[in-house]
Design a protein around this ligand. Structure first.
Ligand code: CA
Length: 227
């Protein structure tokens, strides 16, 4: 398994490289868009980890050119927290998935595993569970064909639950990956619970089947039917 990391910040690149090598991936690092073109066109990679914020040509330009030249490697783009636009443009330009910076390393590993498993045949443009549909490009969510009006945070929360469909998601995971708080303070649990309650109202209140389940003492689970 060979991974190309495209990242201009030396510290970030080194941390990613060490982390991934620790998981027995073979890793190469490109520090600029030009270097990324060169490596990706002369070597074979199973996955490209592409930072959007690069000096000179942005990661998105790099991506568009790679795809135009026929590169079929799965691409996971790393975008800034507030740049929803980049995520959407990135998926349009041929990225297979995105991860918002700063992210936790286990989440990166999970995304890499999912992408490698799936290959390039199926972009993650839509997430689906039962009659719930999320479009990551238009950022529209519908249940049973009826549009749901979600806030940005509710969207991210539901996206996370959908990506972990059928798995229990703890408050620690939500604090880390959705709120991106590393030092978890007790008050955040209440914030999470309030957001879950609001989301549940929008997703489940008008439907016979519940999708967002509470697992007492553990966390939450997106799953059809009752526990
Ligand atoms: Ca960067």
């Amino acid at each position: 398994m060979r991974i190309l990391i495209v990242e201009d910040e030396a510290k970030v690149a080194r941390a990613l490289q060490e982390g991934l090598e620790g998981e027995h991936y073979e890793v190469a690092v490109a520090r600029t868009g030009e270097e990324a073109f060169f490596r990706a066109s002369s070597e074979v990679f199973d996955l490209i980890l592409l930072d959007v914020m690069l000096p000179g040509r942005s990661g998105l330009e790099v991506l568009a050119t790679l795809r135009k030249r026929g590169s079929a490697a799965p691409v996971l783009i790393l975008t800034a927290r507030d740049s929803i636009e980049d995520r959407v443009v990135g998926l349009d330009a041929g990225a297979d998935d995105y991860l918002v910076k700063p992210f936790a390393f286990p989440e990166l590993l999970a995304r890499i595993r999912a992408l490698v498993r799936r290959g390039r045949t199926d972009q993650v443009l839509r997430l689906k569970a039962a009659d719930l549909d999320m479009d990551l490009v238009t950022r529209k969510v519908a249940r049973g064909g009826r549009p749901l009006d979600l806030t940005g945070r509710e969207f991210e929360l539901l996206e996370y639950l959908l990506r972990h469909h059928g798995q229990v998601v703890s408050r620690e995971m939500l604090a880390r990956d959705v709120w991106r708080e590393t030092a978890r303070a007790t008050p955040l649990d209440n914030v999470i619970d309030v957001h879950i309650a609001r989301l549940r109202k929008k997703v489940d209140a008008d439907f016979a089947t519940r999708l967002i389940q509470t697992v007492r003492g553990v966390g939450f689970l997106l799953k059809e039917g009752n526990l």
